[in-house]
Design a protein around this ligand. Structure first.
Ligand SMILES: [Zn+2]
Length: 552
């Protein structure tokens, strides 16, 4: 392993060696952007952005290398829609017309919503900056870029796979001896795990984000199914290189989904009995639709605001949402001119007891803030967090204040905008109740270890984690596998790992039980003049539909 400079990446790519290097994840989890160099091809998995800090002091962290200008990319894979994985999909893809691009149908559906939302946030930020006499923040991509990207999607430039419905293996005629497999990862609608069979006989498994447990709208994935692996004889690979996330590498989920659901139901029933109402700020992708579906299943009527109104149909299904709206189970806030009035009416419970599900989960911006201003000062109400409480967020601050002994100083400052788009700060008195439910869309330590074990890897790279997350999963694997444990590495920012066993084993004494030295240097195949974007020269093997799959 070597820590490298981004400026030297082109040189490493030209060296003829196989390696992986993470370009994001400067600290902790951060943005994901992994380069895999194998058998003469350069593969990019994800190009995300990360948000650190909050409110006005929010910092956006980018992976190094801009749009990777000057780097020839053969293939880009976007594992799912979340910003830390696909935040830069548009500028990166547009900067690399030479590259094949793979993502899923559901990722595309969500992208349409998320990209429109990003453009609207960009416009608002620019207006806020203008009104404060500051320069507008640099735009990551323009409306034109999004239109170009969408037009290319329509024209069939990219491989759009439907992994929510079935497993898929793809081969391309101009990539002889390569196989690419994609299977649902359980993390969020449209998320997949990628498997790559390389010409030198290796197999690479890259998890993206993965969940081993069921959520309301998605089935958990404990391991790669036998049928999926058999479609491409993946088990016959001479060695399997596992690249796994470890967001929850150091923690086991302590409360079962069922127990959490029961506790949520009790909290809400008690709130209703007292005449209060509940506010559930969520991220619009995944958690929002999950919580709405959960509340409906638990027998509650729901008021929905913010971007969740759009993602709900993608993740739960258009017909179901139509039915819910028609029979009054779910009510959507209307846009201007009724918007402000409806916030007050819903916040006061004048639509009946209807928990309010709205973006954003951090309470730093978005519709959630307007509801919070109305609801937090009322003792009968409850604020419910259903996920991770980010450091520095207003949501985290709320719970810190809640846990202090009763006394003066129980206020929180929230950022909102006035009718003219100016940033305003509102001091809000906290008198309502607060509850946290640790619903997670990521495998916990045990689930990650089970997944890794069943793959039987020859080497493991752990990424997308904090230091504790890495050590948590590492120790789980070591204690389960003992002397059979493969080398385990922490693939963090600009740490370059050559894919030789000789290098991989540097951190683990037990490598000799697995695999063998690979001494093949693949030479770059000539690129050829083929039209990369015609859709008829690759073979797709379609697998078992999801309904027939059982996680092994
Ligand atoms: Zn994710």
């Amino acid at each position: 392993m070597r820590v490298v400079k981004y400026e030297d990446l082109a040189g490493h790519l030209a060296s003829g060696n196989d390696f992986i290097v993470e370009l994001g994840e400067q600290k902790g989890i951060g943005s994901s952007s992994l380069i895999i160099r194998k058998c003469g091809k350069t593969i990019l998995i994800d190009r995300g952005i990360a948000f650190e800090g909050t409110g006005v002091d929010k910092l956006t962290t980018f992976p190094v290398g801009g749009n990777l200008e000057g780097i020839f990319i053969d293939l880009m894979i976007f594992t799912h829609v979340h910003a830390d994985h696909a935040g830069l999909i548009v500028p990166t893809v547009l900067a690399h017309e030479e590259s094949r691009v793979v993502f899923s149908e559901k990722t595309l559906e969500e992208l349409k919503i998320v990209l429109a939302d990003s453009l609207s946030i960009q416009r608002k930020e620019a207006k806020k900056a203008y009104l404060s006499g500051l320069p507008a923040p640099a735009a990551m991509f323009s409306e034109d870029d999004v239109s170009t990207f969408m037009a290319r999607v329509k024209a069939g430039y990219y491989e759009v796979v439907n992994t929510d419905e079935e497993d898929v293996w793809i081969t391309w005629e101009d990539w002889p001896d390569w196989d690419f497999g994609f299977t649902f990862s359980g993390h969020t609608t449209g998320s997949f795990i990628s498997c790559i069979k390389t010409p030198d006989g290796d197999g690479i498994v890259a998890t993206g984000d993965v969940s081993g447990h069921n959520q309301e709208t998605t089935q958990g994935v404990k391991t790669l199914s036998k049928s999926f692996l058999e479609m491409a004889d993946f088990r016959k690979c001479r060695r399997i290189i596992l690249i796994t996330e470890a967001t929850n590498g150091n923690r086991n989920l302590t409360e079962s989904q069922e127990a959490m659901d029961a506790r949520l139901k009790t909290v809400l029933a008690e709130t209703e009995r007292k005449g209060g109402n509940a506010l559930l700020p969520v991220f619009m992708v995944n958690r929002g639709p999950n919580i709405v579906a959960k509340l409906v299943r638990l027998g509650f009527k729901v008021f929905v605001a913010g971007g969740v109104r759009k993602t709900l149909a993608v993740e739960v299904g258009t017909e179901i949402v139509k039915r819910w709206k028609a029979d009054g189970t779910v009510m959507f806030i209307e846009n201007w001119p009724n918007y402000t009035n409806q916030i007050r009416t819903a916040a006061r419970g004048e639509y009946g007891f209807r928990p309010i599900v709205t973006s954003s989960a951090t309470l730093d911006q978005g519709a959630g803030v307007d509801f919070a201003i109305e609801m937090l000062p009322v003792p009968e109400n409850v604020l419910i967090s259903t996920g991770h409480r980010f450091d520095g967020s207003a949501m985290k601050e709320f719970f810190e204040i809640k846990n202090k002994p009763i006394g003066p100083g129980h206020t929180i400052v929230l950022n909102t905008t006035d009718a003219g788009g100016r940033q305003v700060k509102r001091t809000v008195n906290i008198r309502c109740g607060g509850y946290h439910f640790d619903y997670s869309a990521h495998s916990d330590r045990g689930e990650l270890a089970t997944f890794a074990n069943r793959i039987n890897p020859s080497v493991v790279f752990i990424k997308h984690c904090t230091k504790d997350g890495f050590h948590g999963l590492e120790s789980a694997l070591r204690s389960e596998l003992e002397e059979k444990c493969p080398p385990i590495n922490w693939a963090r920012h600009l740490h370059l790992f050559e894919l030789w066993f000789g290098t991989c084993n540097a951190q683990a004494p037990c490598h000799l039980t697995r695999g063998f030295f690979c001494a093949i240097i693949c030479t770059r195949r000539s690129y050829g003049e083929t039209d990369r974007f015609s859709t008829d020269f690759y073979e797709v093997r379609r697998g078992v539909p999801w309904s027939g799959r059982s996680a092994l």
